[in-house]
Ligand binder design. Structure first.
Ligand SMILES: Cc1cc2nc3c(=O)[nH]c(=O)nc-3n(C[C@H](O)[C@H](O)[C@H](O)COP(=O)(O)OP(=O)(O)OC[C@H]3O[C@@H](n4cnc5c(N)ncnc54)[C@H](O)[C@@H]3O)c2cc1C
Length: 419
C-alpha cells in the first residue's frame, strides 16, 4: 500500500456494492481507499443478468456506453405448464426499456476501475482481515497483501463493509442474518448455444426432472451473446425441505430438461457449475454503527421476488456514499445514522410483501396453482414482471400498495409451513 494510510473512507470489497460506494465518494471529492481481496478480472457466481434498474445505476455512473459491446435484451420469456409468454420490459419514465447480460468477470472489473478513474485508491489482492477499534469506534482495518503476506493498518474516519454474502468482516462487527427472512440458494454454469444472442432472458417456473417429477426452484437461461448461455436454478429457504435439496442434482436435471431449442449438450458445460447463498430483503442487521455501514449482499439487500442483487448493491452503495459525504462535510456522523430510515422508506413495504410472497411460493401446491393461473394471462404477467423487477411507475405505486395490502391479507390466512 502506497499513498493514503489515513483515508476519509475505507471500503472493504470491490464488487458492485464496494465499487459503487467508492465511485460516488471519490466523485464527491473524498479520499477513498478500497481493498479487494481478489485480483481482477475475477469470476463471481451469478446469473449475470442486469435489469433496467441496474442499467440505470450504471448509466448514472457514466457507464452506459461501456455496456454497449455486451448482450442487450428486451425482456423476459416466462415458461410454465407448457405455456410460453414473452414479456417486454415496461416503458418507464426513470428506467430504460432493456437490460444487458454481462459476465461478472467483465462487469465488476469495469465498475471497479471506473471508481479508480474517479479518484478512489484501489488495492486488489488485499484482504481486510480485522477491524481496528479505537475507543469503541471502528477506525479502519488491518489489511493483508495476499501476494506478500504483509499486513498493515489503514485508518479511516468511516468504514463501508461491502464484502458480499458471507460478510466475515461484517460479522466481526456484530452483523447477523435474521434467519426468519428468506434466503436464496442458486447454482449456475455456462453452455455453448447457437441461441447465445436471443433477445429474451428465460425463466422456467415449473422445473421437472427427467421422469417428469416436479422439482423445487426456478430455472433460468440468460443468453450471454458470446457463444454461450448462463444456465442456472435457484430456490428459496421458504421451501419446506430446502436444507435437504442437492443443488448439483437440480442443476443436472434442469440442464437435461431445458427447452430443446437452446441445443445445449447437458453433459458438457463450459465450466463446472458453482453455487452460492443469496441473503435477501434486508435480512442482515444492524446496517450501521457510529462509524460504519454495510451495503449490498453484506446487508442482505437482494430482491426476494427475483434474486436480483447487483442493482441493490449499486443502489445501497450510492445511498451510503451520499450520507457519508454529508457526514464528512458536516464533521459529524448524524447523516450516516439516517441510513436505516432511508432503506425503510425505499424498500420497506416492497420487501415486506416480497417476504410474504416468498412464503407462499415456498409451498409447492400454491406455487403450482399460482403459475398455472398466472401464465395464462398476459396482462397479469406484465404486472407480475413489473412488480418483481421493482419497476412500477410512480402513479402505479398507490394501486400497487392496495394490491400489496390485499396480498398481505391473503397470505396471512395461508398456513405457515415454517417452524
Ligand atoms: C447463483 C447466483 C446467481 C445470481 N444471479 C444474479 C443475477 O442474474 N442478477 C443479479 O442482479 N444478481 C444475481 N445474483 C446476486 C448477486 O450476485 C449479488 O447480489 C451481488 O454480487 C452483490 O454484490 P456485492 O458487491 O454486495 O457482493 P459481491 O459481488 O460478493 O462482492 C463482494 C466483494 O468483496 C470481496 N471481499 C470479501 N471479503 C473481503 C475482505 N475481507 N477484504 C477485501 N475484499 C473482500 C470479494 O472478493 C468480492 O469481490 C446471483 C447470485 C448467485 C449466488
Amino acid at each position: 500500500m502506497t499513498t493514503v494510510d489515513r483515508a476519509d473512507v475505507l471500503v472493504v470489497g470491490g464488487g458492485p456494492a464496494g465499487a459503487a460506494t467508492s465511485y460516488w465518494l471519490a466523485k464527491a471529492g473524498h479520499r477513498v481507499v478500497t481493498v479487494e481481496r481478489k485480483t481482477f478480472p475475477r469470476d463471481k457466481t451469478c446469473g449475470d443478468g442486469l435489469t433496467p434498474r441496474a442499467v440505470k445505476q450504471l448509466s448514472d455512473m457514466g457507464l452506459y456506453d461501456a455496456l454497449l459491446p455486451y448482450h442487450r435484451y428486451s425482456g423476459l420469456r416466462a415458461i410454465a405448464h407448457g405455456v410460453t409468454l414473452e414479456l417486454n420490459w415496461p416503458q418507464h419514465p426513470d428506467y430504460p426499456d432493456h437490460g444487458f447480460v454481462v459476465r461478472r468477470r467483465d462487469l465488476d472489473q469495469l465498475v471497479f476501475q471506473h471508481a479508480g478513474e474517479a479518484g478512489a485508491e484501489l488495492h486488489e489482492g488485499t484482504e481486510a482481515i480485522a477491524p481496528i477499534v479505537d475507543g469503541g469506534l471502528v477506525t479502519g482495518a488491518v489489511v493483508k497483501d495476499k501476494a506478500t503476506g504483509e499486513t498493515r493498518d489503514v485508518h479511516a474516519r468511516y468504514v463501508v463493509i461491502a464484502d458480499g454474502a458471507n460478510s466475515r468482516f461484517g460479522r466481526a462487527l456484530g452483523t447477523a442474518r435474521n434467519k426468519a427472512f428468506p434466503q436464496g440458494m442458486a447454482i449456475r454454469t455456462y453452455y455453448e448455444s447457437p441461441l447465445h444472442d436471443e433477445p429474451w432472458i428465460e425463466s422456467c417456473l415449473d422445473v421437472r426432472d427427467r421422469n417428469g417429477n416436479s422439482l423445487p426452484g426456478y430455472g433460468w437461461i440468460f443468453p450471454v451473446g458470446n457463444g454461450t448461455i448462463n444456465v442456472g436454478i435457484g430456490l428459496l429457504s421458504t421451501f419446506r425441505d430446502w436444507r435437504e435439496v442437492n443443488t448439483s442434482h437440480l442443476m443436472k436435471e434442469w440442464a437435461a430438461t431445458a427447452p430443446d431449442y437452446w441445443k445445449i449438450d447437458p453433459e458438457n458445460p463450459c465450466q463446472p457449475p458453482t453455487g452460492g447463498r443469496i441473503p435477501m430483503a434486508g435480512s442482515v442487521n444492524p446496517k450501521v454503527g457510529p462509524t460504519w455501514a454495510v451495503v449490498g449482499d453484506a446487508g442482505g439487500s437482494v430482491n426476494p421476488f427475483n434474486g436480483e442483487g447487483i442493482d441493490y448493491a449499486y443502489e445501497t452503495g450510492k445511498m451510503v456514499a451520499e450520507l457519508l459525504s454529508e457526514s464528512l462535510l458536516s464533521g459529524d456522523g448524524m447523516a450516516l445514522q439516517q441510513y436505516p430510515k432511508l432503506l425503510e422508506a425505499e424498500y420497506g413495504l416492497y420487501f415486506k410483501v416480497a417476504r410474504l410472497f416468498a412464503k407462499v411460493i415456498g409451498q409447492p401446491v400454491l406455487m403450482r396453482e399460482l403459475t398455472r393461473v398466472g401464465i395464462r394471462s398476459r396482462s397479469l404477467m406484465d404486472w407480475v414482471l413489473r412488480i418483481m423487477a421493482n419497476l412500477l411507475q410512480p402513479d402505479e405505486v398507490g394501486p400497487a400498495e392496495a394490491a400489496y395490502a390485499m396480498a398481505a391479507a391473503i397470505v396471512k390466512r395461508v398456513p405457515d409451513p415454517l417452524p
